[in-house]
Ligand binder design. Sequence first.
Ligand SMILES: C[S@@+](CC[C@H](N)C(=O)[O-])C[C@H]1O[C@@H](n2cnc3c(N)ncnc32)[C@H](O)[C@@H]1O
Length: 375
Amino acid sequence: MPRNRKNRSAAPPAHHGSHPTSRRPGVRPTARRSVAVELTFLPGLAQIASDEASGLLTSGPPRPVPGREDALEISLLGPLADVAALRTAVAAFVVLRFDVPRPKSLTSGDHLQRIVDAMGSSQRVGRSASFRFEAAGSDSAVFARLASLLSEATGLPYDEKNGELVLRVRRGVTAGASGDPGWDVLVRVGPRPLSARPWRVADYPGAVNATIAAAMVQLGGVDPGDRVLNLMCGSGTLLVERLLAGPSAAAVGVDVASEAVAASSANLRAAAVTAQVLQGDALDPVPGSFDLILADPPWGTLHGSHESNAALHAGLLTAAYAAAAPGARLVVLTHEIKIMERAVRDADALWHVREQVRVFAKGHHPRIYVLDRTD
Ligand SMILES: C[S@@+](CC[C@H](N)C(=O)[O-])C[C@H]1O[C@@H](n2cnc3c(N)ncnc32)[C@H](O)[C@@H]1O
């Protein structure tokens, strides 16, 4: 069991199963209304996203969405704004289910009002300047009519391409009362996906997806006493996500490229967190002793090359060991699975693999390795 990490079974906290709001004798408990919320995440991160949702939100237990490996559903009892705190989810949507045979029926009064209300709830969490549909046939006359009615009711302009508030319209995923799945409208919470971090002011080629970085941080465990080292830190995504997840005793990033040091410094500043960023070779000794070491070595052609990556991965494990305090954890994201497997085998006197998580991101299948220092 990693330090400071909740049990990763998706069991909800004790107060989550029933929903009474009053316990006074003689007063019948009234059920608090829950809101169905769908959380999307990168395939491979289901358990971590589920654990995070269970830990952060007042809700029923996360449930898988039938037929989907990148989504789970919760019955949210707390404020909708709470979903903005999730770091491993890509996006959150309010789910509206309609027992209707076709999207055309969504333009009728009651149905339309439900969509308008959900758009209002999303606006209260984060204001969008416009809206758009993500739906098969969104360029049809039916959707044009729906767009114009929603625009009239909400005052929000419809922007087919760049609309900020996203409304996904899809065939239902579960059978309704009539036996037909009907249609679902999913209204995204906020103008941008949760994975688009406001702190990212400096882009960097090869920057790790922030939800993967947040998952790595959770897998490594968050302890306020940790001295954190991010080797090959690039634009500082792992450092920022670790420092936003909780306090640490110290934080240092190292990268050989001056552009990386500049990008990290800018992103750390924007996130209002502090770390020391050093320019240098991550395989050289780093002054200090660290409890949590994070790294995503270069891959492909952006930084480094396949040929040099065998030496780099082997060197990373040795350098991380030299910088590691007794009991330290090392969390590495790599696309070079064969190279990493070999490096880990060769370094078995230094590090033990505790866990591996395979992630699917934009056609790539990188893997997260969680290693414990052999003491
Ligand atoms: C995949 S990128 C890291 C991306 C970073 N996590 C981010 O989100 O921006 C790999 C980084 O390793 C750095 N790098 C490659 N070889 C290095 C070495 N020997 N020492 C230090 N940094 C190195 C590159 O400059 C690049 O910034």
